[in-house]
Design a protein. Structure first.
Length: 153
């Protein structure tokens, strides 16, 4: 078994639906050897990250940056994980009202410091909520779980 951690900030019904879609995609019936753990960022800790073989991060954009909850997560896990998680494969989901680039680059700056490895392009779901965000998030989750199971990264 390999372990996939999903740390996603879901402060609204729309963001909850996106997080659930990521989890549903990762839980695809055809993927059998992946253990999934989902944690809101305020509850996730360094033990969760050290447990993970790959991680999916989900954040809203707030004031041109990642959510405060996601920043708090990084503040707490950065030094406890710095030495042991280099190369950790990750993917990023951003939910934004209009833009999303500020949240994306703020996460990427920190994970560059952690030396995690981006294995999928960031998915930015922005603007008015659209129903096609859901399959995009399912695909993100499924691709990460399937890639981890297959040993692609
Ligand atoms: C305090 C606050 C700041 C925000 N700042 C930004 C921002 O800088 N850029 C942006 O695109 N959206 C911004 N938003 C919109 C959120 O990203 C959006 O509300 C969030 O993705 C949840 O989406 P939903 O409203 O569809 O549930 C902000 C929202 C709040 C509450």
């Amino acid at each position: 078994m390999k372990n996939l951690l999903i740390v996603s900030h879901s402060p609204s019904p729309n963001t909850k639906a996106l997080t659930e879609a990521v989890v549903a995609g990762a839980s695809n019936d055809d993927i059998e050897r992946i253990c999934i753990r989902e944690r809101p960022p305020l509850q996730a800790d360094s033990g969760d990250v050290l447990w993970a073989n790959a991680i999916i991060l989900g954040t809203t954009e707030n004031f041109g940056y990642m959510s405060g909850a996601m920043k708090d997560f990084f503040d707490r896990i950065y030094y406890p994980c710095l030495e042991q998680t280099q190369g950790l494969p990750y993917a990023l989901l951003v939910k934004a009202g209009l833009d999303g680039q500020g949240a994306k680059s703020s996460v990427e700056r920190i994970v560059t410091g952690l030396r995690w490895k981006q294995v999928q392009p960031a998915l930015i779901c922005k603007g008015e909520f659209r129903s096609d965000f859901i399959p995009q998030c399912q695909e993100l989750g499924m691709t990460m779980a399937a890639g981890l199971e297959a040993g692609v990264f």
